[in-house]
Design a protein around this ligand. Structure first.
Ligand code: TRP
Length: 352
């Protein structure tokens, strides 16, 4: 593993994974694990910034672990771990925070968004700082939410990761990570942290659309196909996907909702099948019901083996325990090394 570039990515432990997560991330992780020194982890501490429900948290961590494994991440190739199993992360988070400005954290888009949500406010043009300082202690924005980017930077820097495959919505966090890395290196005159970059998948960066005719598939949009949806549920969802009235004349431009179904088909169906439906659209013979049936079938070909393995793994406590213990050991060994360097550099030295 030694000379390979380090790839690291995390996922927050909230809810189950959907087809967008699969095509956008998981399926790529499965390929990358052969070529890179990969670390994939479940960010349970990050999940606490927005959804502090103890029972749900533990179950969510287990679900995502089982989904990672079921989708083909191999614990003998990649390091799979739970963030909270690596206490070095928490210590370094405290240390790095000493070099992070509250102003730059407050300017982060995801912070403003989530802070307003926690306060039940909308963006009415008032500065977020004023809105926050004006609130009392029943309605509060927790400090963990503010320092979310510090924790994420530590996840990355403590493993000295070079490449971090994340979606567009995480680009700003990655930019902050680079800034913190540069700042630390230059403040102490060291060359400790590499500046991590987003993993570029080239032109194949897929945007997986949802079933509601609008944009991206997303947990909060309620337009998802989950990897573990039962057959019946999945079929029903696809059959109910938004379409339009159908083409009225040959070679009519395709509306967004229908194009979304074609995009999903391109991800899951054989090229000839997609072409046959494109042709049927062009000559107005298409029946959306048939297209949806086909699409549901082809999605199930992808998800069924994952769902089946998921249930097996989820019930195998011993296997899960073995995987995360091994992952934690590997992740901790590396994290402990970096933390020791950071402590030394910052002047935290022992007298005994
Ligand atoms: N913030 C990321 C998200 O919401 C999850 C995450 C936490 C992460 N730590 C990370 C991603 C480190 C990549 C690297 O998706």
């Amino acid at each position: 593993m030694n000379n390979k570039e380090v790839v690291l990515s995390g996922i927050r432990a909230t809810g189950n994974l959907h087809l967008g997560n699969y095509y956008g991330a998981l399926s790529k992780f499965v390929k990358m694990q052969n070529d890179y020194d990969c670390l994939f982890f479940i960010a349970d501490l990050h999940a606490l910034t927005t959804a502090p429900d103890p029972n749900a948290l533990h179950e969510n961590v287990r679900n995502i672990l089982a989904e990672y494994l079921a989708a083909g991440i191999d614990p003998d190739k990649a390091t799979i771990f739970v963030q909270s199993d690596v206490p070095e992360i928490s210590e370094m988070y405290l240390l790095l925070n000493m070099h992070v400005g509250i102003g730059e954290l407050m300017r982060t888009a995801s912070f403003k968004d989530k802070a307003r949500k926690q306060l039940g406010l909308t963006d009415d043009g008032t500065d977020i700082e004023k809105q926050i300082i004006g609130t009392d202690s029943n309605k509060r924005v927790n400090a963990g939410l503010l320092t979310y980017p510090t924790l994420m930077a530590v996840d990355i820097l403590i493993q000295k990761a070079h490449k971090v495959p994340v979606g567009k919505d995480q680009e700003q966090h990655l930019e902050l990570t680079r800034r913190f890395a540069r700042r630390f290196n230059s403040f102490y005159g060291v060359d400790l942290f590499p500046e991590p970059e987003n993993f570029n998948f080239g032109d194949h960066a897929v945007k997986v659309p949802g079933l509601d005719g609008s944009g991206k598939m997303g947990k909060s949009e309620g337009n998802c196909i989950y990897l573990i949806d039962e057959e019946k549920v999945l079929r029903k969802k696809v059959m109910r996907a938004v379409t339009d009235e159908g083409p009225k004349e040959p070679n009519q431009p395709v509306s967004q909702p229908v194009e979304n179904l074609f995009t999903l088909m391109e991800l899951t169906s054989a090229p000839e099948i997609v072409q046959s439906y494109r042709d049927a659209y062009a000559d107005c013979s298409i029946r959306y019901g048939d297209l949806k049936k086909q699409l549901a079938e082809d999605i199930l070909k992808v998800t069924t083996p994952i769902r089946e393995r998921y249930h097996d793994i989820r019930n195998d406590d011993a296997f899960i325990a073995r995987v995360v213990r091994q992952g934690a050991e590997r992740a901790r060994e590396r994290a402990a090394k970096t933390l020791a360097e950071v402590r030394e550099i910052m002047g935290i030295r022992k007298f005994y």
